[in-house]
Design a binder for this molecule. Structure first.
Ligand code: SF4
Length: 326
């Protein structure tokens, strides 16, 4: 596991993405959905940070905002100490080569009429890497790295299974030799046996390509398997962040404790008491005041309804936003 002494390669500071939503009635005022609200974290070289939380917590929006697939409302994203949100389109294109995204459904981003080899090659053409012959060689080499054959170059997207399509997604992301991968639910749509094949492949590729990764998932078990550190998100905010072993053995935020109580314990005879949270996740259109988790928290106090808890460090590399610890 990379330690904190390795250089930070990506620093996300106070990232916000607010969406304007029009009121239903003609004269009603506009609302804001705070999809990502003041998210900060640092990725060190070679490390994998898992971003986990229930559907709609803002984890995918965070990944997309970092890559400017949607423009953030506020905040800074420093790649090797340079704020990439301040770059012109031309300047940002150079950074794009270094930061690639893998989506849950790679099929939707593939043109059904273009052969797979050509689709993978696109990124090399965009970034002017190699001549025609060299590009083909690079693509055949990357097909091999992700466990596909050279003849797959000439096939069309519909000829591949779900697992093979995710291998193609990885090949497309890796072909230009990036430094950072942002993976958004990359194994969610796959059978469990295929999931583990893709996760193992991903780990091998991370080692071989010396990648730094942000791994976004709703699945705690998957995140535990792949991540060095984990950030837990709820309604657009990071509630707790720690090294994976620490987070799974000593979760301190009530929300993390509830999420983990639903994960099966691998040891026979060992049981974890399930914490059932009351109510539904509140609407992001009208989030609770104070601590956004107070409407569901079993330990909520008066202060939680009015004061937003600050993120505090309770141990080395272990932070939490909760009044129980302030
Ligand atoms: Fe629960 Fe209060 Fe902590 Fe929020 S700040 S998680 S409501 S105890």
């Amino acid at each position: 596991m990379p330690n904190q002494k390795t250089e930070p390669i990506l620093e996300v500071k106070g990232l916000k993405k607010y969406f304007k939503v029009k009121g239903l009635r003609r004269k009603s005022r506009n609302h804001q959905v705070k999809a990502v609200d003041d998210v900060s974290f640092t990725l060190h070289k070679g490390e994998t940070l898992g971003l986990v939380g229930e559907s709609g917590c803002g984890k995918s929006t965070t990944g997309r905002a970092i890559l400017r697939l949607i423009e953030p409302s506020e905040g800074r994203v420093l790649y090797r100490n340079e704020d990439i949100l301040q770059k012109s389109n031309k300047g940002f294109r150079k950074v794009q080569k270094e930061m690639q995204m893998v989506f849950q459904d790679p099929f939707s981003s593939l043109n059904p009429r273009i052969r797979i080899g050509e689709s993978i090659k696109e990124s090399l053409t965009i970034h002017s890497i190699g001549n025609r012959k060299e590009r083909e060689e690079i693509v055949i080499n990357i097909l091999d790295k992700v466990g596909l054959r050279p003849d797959h170059y000439y096939r069309f997207p519909h000829e591949f299974s779900g697992g093979q399509r995710q291998r193609i997604g990885l090949a497309r992301a890796l072909v230009a030799n990036p430094s950072i991968l942002i993976l958004d639910e990359p194994v969610s749509g796959l059978d469990v046996s295929i999931q583990s094949q893709i996760l193992n492949l991903l780990q091998d590729l991370q080692d071989e390509f010396k990648l730094t990764s942000l791994f976004i998932s709703h699945d705690m078990s998957v995140v535990r398997h792949i991540s060095d550190r984990v950030g837990v998100m709820y309604l657009g905010k990071v509630m707790e962040e720690a090294d994976t072993d620490t987070l799974f053995s000593n979760p301190v935020h009530p929300y993390t404790q509830a999420l983990l109580s639903a994960v099966p314990v691998p040891k026979i005879g060992k049981k974890r008491e399930r914490i059932i949270l009351k109510g539904e996740i509140p609407s992001p259109l009208n989030p609770p005041t104070g601590c956004i988790f107070h409407t569901r928290c079993p330990y909520a106090m008066d202060i939680c309804k009015s004061k937003v808890p600050e993120k505090i460090q309770i141990q080395d590399r272990h932070t939490v936003a909760c009044h129980l610890y302030s």
